[in-house]
Design a binder for this molecule. Structure first.
Ligand SMILES: Cc1cc2nc3c(=O)[nH]c(=O)nc-3n(C[C@H](O)[C@H](O)[C@H](O)COP(=O)(O)OP(=O)(O)OC[C@H]3O[C@@H](n4cnc5c(N)ncnc54)[C@H](O)[C@@H]3O)c2cc1C
Length: 493
């Protein structure tokens, strides 16, 4: 049995990034993945001869001088074929019969919206300043010799909803500014201003989608990890993390193998991780209970539509559509789907669109009745529910693409149950642990655990998405390679 320096549980983006950085630093790394293919929410799946995405539609902050640029460059990800979204309107939010554009660059962003809401110019300038400030401090928690207390910074303890209502008078503008935020959970009662401002800042800096599917990211990282001597084993669900004398010594897997290691990093959900440590002198009840009690964000329903050839031209932005100006609440209502994101895949050649993804939040309560079922065996009523949601999504998308349902060659959908069964994330939550501005100390998680050689990584710790997971990967590896070395990665040009 070979022994590894680092054993990583899960090959989602967080696990892959940690493996890349530590492999490059000379550690012998092993990634253990329960699924047949790596990538977690980054992976794509093949249907109808096309690769369809799960959790990757666009990312912000990749341009030179932007918040993710240096780190993505270090990870080799800036070499991928990125498509820069329309700088004059990378996100477009339609509410009722009016459409508003988000322009790239903080000044252009303010100017474009101030044209529609001239009386709110001051508020828009102040919001842009807040976004910039928070973006400038993305990696502060690993800044060497910096005394900033990351977990108690005031933006974590501020409410997004209250901030917006204190800054703006026009309710429609507030709806517009939040209209692109179904890529996070808009929850009045909990969403910290930090998460809202940090994510939006990166997209305003510059937004990009891949010319291809999410597997490009996974495969690029994996090729490098392997070139550094790292290994990936799929179909290897970790069933137990074995502790001896207060330290983890091995991971026992579903494939019958046990892998020894010096350091363990878990990319699995923190609650799943705690359950893996069955016997421990370090992981006390109080920590286990704290983690078990954490709530999770909502899950997403996605219908991926394969279009007949020659029907629709590619559009280089994300289109958000809401029937009503109620972007904080629409997903809680029982009626037909009333808020969606449409993302168009960059065509391999020419300018005809081939794949559209339409996304809408799907709270757990609406699918809980099938929670005891498994992929492919959920029954006719579940299939009917998925089909009804697909029809409702396509019907709402038709307000932007007239006649869309005639253009559909095939469609495939996923629900939070799909994510739960593939990634083991509780309730198929799209963005992991829900952060709560009332209680940042409880809902923001450190990479460190009470077991000295077990660390956590991934979207549940601080912030989700490619931005949040990348930030968190740096926090996790800084516990192993030190802040100085981790900080350098975020600063190299
Ligand atoms: C529908 C949807 C759309 C999204 N769109 C975007 C977007 O456009 N832009 C963006 O930036 N973000 C987007 N996101 C969010 C983004 O996909 C996630 O934040 C990110 O991929 C999460 O990565 P992760 O490493 O934290 O975890 P995950 O991707 O959940 O990976 C965890 C991995 O651990 C494995 N695992 C779990 N338990 C075990 C075990 N016991 N043994 C072995 N392996 C295990 C899982 O199989 C999985 O591979 C989207 C998410 C969803 C759901």
């Amino acid at each position: 049995m070979s022994k590894y320096d680092i054993v990583i549980i899960g090959s989602g983006l967080g696990g892959l990034q940690c493996a890349y950085i530590l492999g490059k630093k000379g550690y012998k790394v092993l990634l253990l993945e329960r699924q047949v293919q790596p990538g977690g929410c980054m992976q794509s799946y093949k249907r109808h001869g096309e690769w369809l995405d799960t959790g990757m539609h666009y990312v912000g902050g990749l341009g030179e001088g932007n918040c993710l640029h240096s780190t993505f460059k270090y990870l080799g990800l800036t070499d991928l074929p990125w498509q820069h979204l329309d700088p004059t309107g990378f996100d477009r939010v339609t509410i009722g019969d009016r459409t508003f554009k988000y322009a790239q660059g903080h000044e252009a962003f303010v100017e474009t919206l101030a044209r529609e809401f001239p009386q709110e110019r001051k508020g828009l300038e102040s919001y842009a300043k807040t976004m910039k400030e928070v973006g400038n401090h993305l990696f502060d928690a690993i800044k060497p010799r910096d005394e900033v207390d990351f977990f108690t910074t005031s933006l974590f303890a501020s409410s997004t909803y209250d901030y917006l209502h204190e800054t703006f008078k026009d309710d429609l503008l507030i709806n517009v500014l939040c209209g692109s935020s179904l890529k996070m959970e808009l929850a009045k009662e909990t969403l910290p201003l930090y998460n809202f401002a940090q994510a939006n800042n990166s997209f305003v800096q510059g937004s990009y989608r891949l010319k291809g599917d999410g597997n490009l990211i996974v495969n690029k990282l994996l090729d490098s990890i392997r070139s550094f001597g790292g290994e990936l084993i799929c179909n290897a669900e970790v069933e137990e993390l074995i502790e001896k004398e207060g330290r983890l010594v091995a991971a026992r897997c579903s494939n019958g193998e046990t892998y020894e290691g010096n350091i363990f990093i878990s990319n699995a959900h923190p609650a799943v991780t705690c359950d893996l440590v069955k016997e421990s002198t370090k992981l006390k009840k109080v920590y286990r209970n704290r983690i078990a009690r954490l709530e999770n964000t909502y899950g997403m329903y996605t219908v991926s539509v394969v279009l007949k050839p020659g029907q629709l031209k590619y559009f280089n932005w994300n289109q958000y559509i809401y029937k009503e100006p109620n972007v904080w609440d629409y997903y809680k209502a029982d009626g037909p789907v009333s808020g969606i994101l449409i993302s168009c895949r960059v065509p391999e050649s020419g300018d005809d669109a081939r794949i559209l993804d339409i996304l809408t939040p799907l709270p757990w309560e609406r699918i809980e009745q099938w929670s005891d079922t498994k992929v492919g065996h959920r029954g006719d009523d579940y299939r009917a529910m998925k089909e009804r949601l697909a029809e409702e999504c396509i019907a709402l998308a038709e307000t932007f693409i007239p006649g869309l349902h005639h253009m559909v060659e095939a469609h495939y959908s996923t629900t939070p149950l799909t994510y739960r069964d593939y990634t083991l994330t509780p309730n198929g939550s799209a963005y992991g642990v829900r952060k709560d501005y009332h209680n940042p100390m409880m809902t923001l998680l450190s990479a460190k655990t009470p077991i000295p050689n077990l660390y956590l990584t991934g979207q549940s710790l601080t912030l989700h998405g490619l931005l949040g997971v990348t930030m968190t990967s740096l926090f996790t590896v800084s516990e192993i390679i030190g802040k100085e070395e981790a900080w350098k990665i975020t600063q190299t040009v």
